[in-house]
Design a protein around this ligand. Structure first.
Ligand SMILES: Nc1ncnc2c1ncn2[C@@H]1O[C@H](COP(=O)(O)OP(=O)(O)OP(=O)(O)O)[C@@H](O)[C@H]1O
Ligand SMILES: [Mg+2]
Length: 466
């Protein structure tokens, strides 16, 4: 066998372990040795093994206990047991706990090699099968991500590659650019697809509760902790934990998260022993985390741990060719949901959408189309069905408000509403869509920006924002 295999030999008698290691070496297999169950688990924490071969009778943690521990922390590792004649029954019982096979002592070279070879084959098959399933799932999830601009395609490529590993991924992008959508795509395209995807919004959960939400607690850990509670890390075991709005995490929780990323272990509140978790972390933020680090608001060591692979989601205004595609996608989605029949958009409507700056990105577009579908009475969606802010985008070039260098030129007779909208759009354009900065420049709140852009007659497009 030529692929990358590693074996872990567990035996409390060093001479036995050494002779096994020599046998395996002749077969071309790399092996490591541990002289107790506890050390074996330590070794597996450092690096996984394809197959563990362990003695059943050992002082301390015996082989059957070790088997159960291995199956809990690393289910894909195959385990072969070595047993004396008297304990064959124990070995048979261990098969029910997931052991692959057992060999009886005194060991015969060909028997042990055969058992290990078969265990390795099974390990390889399971791994191949899993990656195949993951790829199929990834393909079928593909169409829900719409766009063919080069920047979006490049982002998708990064995500596809990253999905195959367990490396931590940081998704960065303005609000509404699709961070959550891509986080789910990462999970769906990964070998973890059949395990849970657990999302935590670090900004939405109060600071005092976030810690117990993430790490869980033991009964009696604090007043009101009547039952032990599993945290989201434990719930995501084997799968993916999505930490949304990670920039909002308090320093105390940042320290704890750093520890999990370093050790792969969590500690429940009020708990005394660490719990091993196998979780892939995907984090997202619309803030500039590097700046937060220089400001001292975000730990530098944690930033580097999260930032192993960074996926930058491009704002919609930088990939305008995706606008008509996304608009069609949402039109189909919402006509279906609302039981309407609409054939498409008028030319004027498309031009307006292409001209708008979309500070709320894809989410803003989605809401605009949804609203238009609900309100429309014609066979096609036209300009009048779109929110005022989008219509203003269409009117801009020929409007009575023009930009001249750093000034706005306003023709008398222009409505105040139109002037306001133009000023807001122009400011957003110059701040590259940074609505916090635009709000500061304009001396209004972010919420007011959204309200003005959405028009008085339509609902807030980004509920909960601002
Ligand atoms: N490329 C895309 N194709 C199809 N739908 C998309 C695309 N990008 C985003 N969406 C949709 O737009 C909406 C907003 O996306 P999402 O919630 O992932 O944004 P976000 O980056 O997490 O925003 P926020 O920072 O405000 O939480 C969702 O309904 C999502 O399905
Ligand atoms: Mg989000």
């Amino acid at each position: 066998m030529t692929q990358d295999v590693t074996l872990l030999i567990v035996d409390d008698e060093p001479a036995h372990a050494e002779s096994l290691a020599r046998i395996f070496e002749k077969e071309g297999w790399t092996s490591r040795v541990a002289h107790s169950g506890a050390v074996a688990l330590e070794e597996l924490r450092k690096a996984p093994a394809s197959v563990v071969i362990t003695d059943l009778n050992m002082p301390g943690m015996n082989g059957a206990e070790l088997l159960r521990a291995i199956k809990a922390i690393s289910p894909e590792t195959e385990v072969v047991l070595m047993t004396a004649f008297g304990t064959v029954e124990t070995a048979v019982a261990a098969m029910k706990d997931g052991a692959y096979d057992f060999v009886t002592k005194p060991l015969k070279r060909h028997a042990i090699v055969k058992a290990i070879r078969q265990a390795l084959e099974k390990h390889t098959l399971v791994a191949e099968n899993r990656s195949l399933r993951a790829r199929l799932a990834g393909l079928s999830a593909g169409p829900s991500i719409v766009g063919r601009s080069p920047s979006l395609r490049a982002t998708l490529d990064t995500v596809r590659q990253a999905a195959l590993s367990s490396a931590t991924v940081l998704l960065v992008g303005e609000t509404g650019t699709g961070k959550e959508l891509f986080a789910r795509a990462l999970h769906d395209g990964s070998p973890r697809v059949n395990a849970p995807f657990v999302a935590v919004n670090c900004a939405a959960i109060p600071e005092t509760i976030l810690e117990s939400e993430l790490f869980g607690y033991e009964r009696g850990a604090f007043t009101g902790a009547a039952q032990r509670k599993e945290g989201r890390f434990e719930r995501a075991h084997g799968g993916t934990l999505f930490l949304d709005e990670v920039a909002e995490m308090s320093p105390a929780v940042q320290v704890k998260l750093l520890r999990v990323l370093q050790d792969g272990e969590i500690e429940r509140l009020g708990g005394t022993s660490p719990v091993r978790v196998d979780v892939r972390i995907v984090a997202a933020t619309n803030k500039d985390l590097a700046t937060r680090v220089t400001e001292g608001a975000f730990r530098e060591d944690l930033f580097y741990r999260l930032n192993v692979i960074t996926v930058q989601l491009p704002p919609l205004r930088d990939r305008r060719e995706d606008i008509p595609l996304l608009a069609d996608h949402f039109l189909k989605l919402y006509t279906q949901k609302n039981g309407k029949t609409l054939s498409g958009f008028t030319r004027a409507a498309v031009t307006a959408m292409e001209g708008h700056t979309w500070p709320g990105n894809v989410r803003e577009l989605e809401h605009a189309v949804e609203r238009a579908v609900v309100l429309s009475r014609g066979a096609e969606l036209n300009l009048e069905d779109l929110p005022l802010a989008v219509r203003a985008g269409a009117a801009a070039p020929s409007s009575s408000v023009a930009v001249d260098g750093r000034s706005l030129v306003v023709a008398l007779g222009t409505t105040l509403e139109e002037i306001e909208l133009r000023v807001i759009h122009e400011t957003l354009r110059r701040t590259n869509g940074d609505k916090d900065l635009a709000a500061q420049i304009l001396g209004i709140s972010v919420r007011t920006i959204y309200r003005k852009l959405a028009g008085e007659d339509s609902p807030l497009p980004f509920a909960g924002e601002g």
